[in-house]
Design a protein around this ligand. Structure first.
Ligand code: DC
Length: 230
């Protein structure tokens, strides 16, 4: 079967990574979580003290971009690739609410975006990739054969994220998670460089009231139709 590029964009906590992982597994494609890359850069900035008390020392961070090595390593027990920052597995640390608080601001920095977009284009150049993020169908792979734009109500999304954080044992308050989701949507969709928006040729998919199985079946059959039509 011919390999294609699948770009999945959308607001935070719309279940992009869930459907991306399912599609990649079913099709034997590589899954790339580009949000993890922005999160890892944010974690690096925190570790180096470039983020503190609500401020970001952008100049110092940009001056150190060459010191940031990002890699995905496949974990066969989990069935997906985990994020490594300078050789260290940071999969857990990058998912904390603290990283979520700063990641959208970090993702507005053009120097960071252009570095990560290049790496993402390199990872997907042979096709057979499912990539999720905010600018995949618009900037990273504008020619992707399949583009999805995921949406769901802020309340549904915050509830999902809250549940995930609780399951991981994080001490969080629902209201904080909801505020973070709304705040990130705002920053992501109003930033100057590559704002989150639906590509003209993307298929919008609202999963507010849809179970995971139904979502997968619908999107998978759509994918097969696209692959067959090529
Ligand atoms: O998908 P996520 O919630 O893990 O993404 C974290 C943040 O990274 C998100 O708020 C915006 C940013 N991001 C981005 O700007 N472009 C991408 N391709 C992926 C994520």
């Amino acid at each position: 079967m011919k390999k294609i590029t699948i770009a999945i964009d959308g607001y935070s906590s719309t279940g992009k990574s869930t459907i991306a992982k399912q599609l990649a597994k079913q099709l034997g494609y590589v899954y790339v979580d580009t949000g993890a890359m922005y999160r890892a850069v944010t974690l690096y900035a925190m570790q180096k003290g470039f983020i503190g008390d609500g401020t970001i020392d952008k100049d110092s961070l940009v001056a150190h971009l060459n010191d940031i090595n990002l890699a995905f390593k496949y974990n066969k027990y989990l069935g997906f690739a985990e994020m490594y920052l300078n050789g260290v597995n940071v999969e857990k640390e990058i998912r904390t609410l603290n990283v979520s608080r700063y990641v959208s601001a970090i993702a507005t920095i053009s120097e960071i975006r252009s570095m990560l977009v290049k790496q993402q284009q390199e990872m997907g150049k042979k096709k057979g990739v499912v990539m999720d993020g905010r600018d995949i169908g618009t900037v990273v792979f504008p020619d992707a054969e399949m583009k999805l734009f995921m949406t769901a109500s802020p309340d549904k999304r915050a509830k999902r994220r809250y549940k995930e954080l609780l399951e991981r044992g994080d001490d969080v308050i629902y209201q904080e998670v909801l505020e973070n989701v709304i705040n990130r949507d705002h920053i992501d969709s109003t930033r100057k460089d590559s704002p989150l928006k639906k590509a003209k040729d993307a298929i919008a998919f609202d999963n507010s009231d849809m179970g995971l199985q139904e979502q997968f079946e619908r999107i998978y059959s759509l994918t097969l139709r696209i692959i067959e039509a090529i």
